[in-house]
Write a protein that binds this ligand. Structure first.
Ligand code: GLN
Length: 540
């Protein structure tokens, strides 16, 4: 088995996740099987307790892991389903080591960062490798080289070269190459410093990827090779492209896939890009465009909604449509209710996931606007719950109906805490998580979209539709077209007399892939387009 380790330098958000996914894709298109692991140096046990406004969205795996959003990129690029074990954090490593110490497993020895913590890191990476039995395991080290908290991880991957052998390990370092706007010069010095920092720890990178707004010039490339002590053919550039899905193509064109295979002694195979190219073409040469309003609470950080925005794009690519997303802070509609009128210009209104009361009245107002003006609407998780609240208030006339998450004293708790959640004290990994099956009712929009009576979708929530209100809601025309197998839990709602009004308790975006869009996202974008083209209601 071969191991590739990806580190990043100069600053964070330099595109390590996309690079790791792209390397995986280059290997996959050559017929090799791959998996990817993200190591995150933070002390949180998982990403579930982190605020998306600071760290970006929490990604949810099939098996219910709340992970770093990079796992989403790996899944989307490589079309694989990763288990929660593929996200390793300092919190998990320390938890295991300390538990072992308490059990007495260390037999009186002094427990140290090296070797006990580093051994546990290596064990976890190898555990994934052994379980998944793939040709290549990619490991992306979160954070930036030089961070204090990343040191044990870098030390662990340094040791892995000794243990796995030179020809079975490859270090890829990616760092920013800024262009000075005064002289327009490409500056490689920060990259050189980050390579030096890596070497100080004992890691000599095998390949270096310069992250730059433009393709680096030959002078910059020569310098990076010289000061990085690698051949020029091992230097690549990840420059800005209109779509992230083009990154594996531009790197492979520069010879990165062939270089990696040669260096890892993987037999040379011609890459098969046709399927990927087809998707990239669809996304980069659209015939139509729709503009969607995403009304949320974390609208200031697009990474908070990355799986959702990607799922919208995947849906768009399948109907030759560019989806432009305007992120709108829900609270703006609370401060200035007449601002709601701006929603008129959108082809669709999308209400994403969310937590807590802030901004909910703004979202409810936006849902009402969508329903009353018949603008295509998609609500996900909190968006689903708030659509129920809106319908209860304004159609069923249940005054002050609400979710008990927002108002515990509401006279009509149409959304209530799930019974199994009531006794939960711990916040970590305690929501209803991961993939559960859902029964889809026939003769519904949901059935026509999914073409199945049973689907399997990922969840992350504590509240749900209160079954005491089901009948009232249904009597007024709301259809619950997807339910848990015992029919107790409402999973999908739709309003059949609207152009497209659809919401789900689950998160379809986590299973959306390039070329294989998630049905609810596809249905929404298609409806936005059809309505824009003034078509009578689409087939849904
Ligand atoms: N806050 C809601 C709940 O916990 C919705 C969660 C979400 O949107 N992921 O049920």
């Amino acid at each position: 088995m071969q191991f590739i380790f990806v580190t990043g330098g100069v600053l964070s958000s330099v595109g390590k996740g996309i690079l790791t996914s792209s390397i995986g894709k280059m290997l996959q298109t050559r017929g090799y099987t791959v998996t990817a692991v993200k190591v995150d140096p933070y002390v949180n046990v998982d990403a579930g307790t982190m605020n998306p406004y600071i760290h970006g969205e929490v990604y949810v795996t099939d098996d219910g892991g709340e992970t770093d959003l990079d796992l989403g990129w790996y899944e989307r690029f490589m079309d694989i389903n990763l288990p929660t074990d593929n996200n390793i954090t300092t919190g998990q490593i320390y938890q295991t080591v300390i538990n072992k110490e308490r059990r007495g497993d260390f037999l009186g020895r002094c427990v140290q960062i090296v070797p006990h913590v580093t051994n546990e890191i290596k064990r976890r990476i190898r555990f994934v490798a052994e379980k998944e039995k793939v040709d290549v395991v990619l490991t992306e080290c979160g954070g930036t080289v030089g961070d204090i908290e990343g040191l044990p991880f870098l030390e662990a991957i340094r040791q892995m070269r000794l243990e796995e052998g030179y020809e079975n390990t490859l270090y890829v370092h990616v760092a920013l190459v800024p262009i000075l706007d005064v002289t327009m010069e490409m500056k490689t010095k920060p990259l050189q410093h980050s390579v030096n920092e890596l070497r100080r720890i004992g890691i000599q990178p095998d390949t270096i990827v310069a992250r730059c707004t433009k393709m680096i010039d030959s002078e910059a490339l020569r310098k990076i090779a010289l000061f990085g002590t690698i051949p020029e053919e091992a230097v690549f550039c990840s420059y800005n492209v209109p779509s992230v899905y083009q990154v594996p193509l531009i790197l492979d064109n520069q010879g990165m896939g062939d270089y990696i295979c040669k260096r890892l002694r993987l037999p040379d195979k011609k890459p098969q890009w046709s399927q990927w190219n087809e998707f990239v073409d669809a996304i980069s040469k659209p015939r139509f465009e729709v503009v969607v309003a995403l009304v949320g609470k974390y609208a200031g950080l697009v990474d908070s909604y990355v799986s959702m925005s990607e799922a919208l794009r995947h849906g768009g690519a399948s109907c030759q449509t560019r989806v432009t997303i305007d992120y709108i802070e829900a609270e703006e509609f609370e401060r200035q209710p007449n601002k709601l009128e701006i929603l008129q210009k959108y082809n669709g209104i999308f209400i994403p996931y969310g937590f807590g009361p802030r901004g909910t009245e703004g979202k409810i107002a936006a849902i009402r606007y969508a329903r009353e003006n018949d603008i295509p609407f998609l609500g996900i998780c909190y968006g689903f719950q708030l659509a129920v609240v809106e319908f209860a208030r304004n159609v069923c006339r249940l005054e002050n109906a609400n979710s008990t998450e927002i108002n515990p004293d509401t006279p009509h708790p149409v959304i209530d805490l799930m019974p199994e959640q009531r006794s939960i004290q711990h916040k970590g990994a305690s929501m209803r998580l991961g993939a559960h099956n859902i029964i889809v009712e026939e003769n519904t929009i949901a059935y026509r979209l999914y073409c199945a009576t049973e689907i399997y979708e990922r969840h992350r929530h504590r509240w749900e539709v209160n079954a005491d209100y089901k009948e009232t809601l249904e009597k007024h025309g709301l259809i619950f077209s997807g339910k848990s197998p015992d029919r107790r839990r409402m999973e999908i709602l739709e309003l059949p007399d609207k152009y497209f009004f659809f919401a789900s308790q689950f998160h379809g975006e986590f299973k959306s892939r390039p070329g294989k869009p998630d049905p609810e996202y596809y249905g929404f974008v298609k409806a936005c387009l059809d309505k824009k083209l003034e078509k009578p209601r689409s087939q849904f």
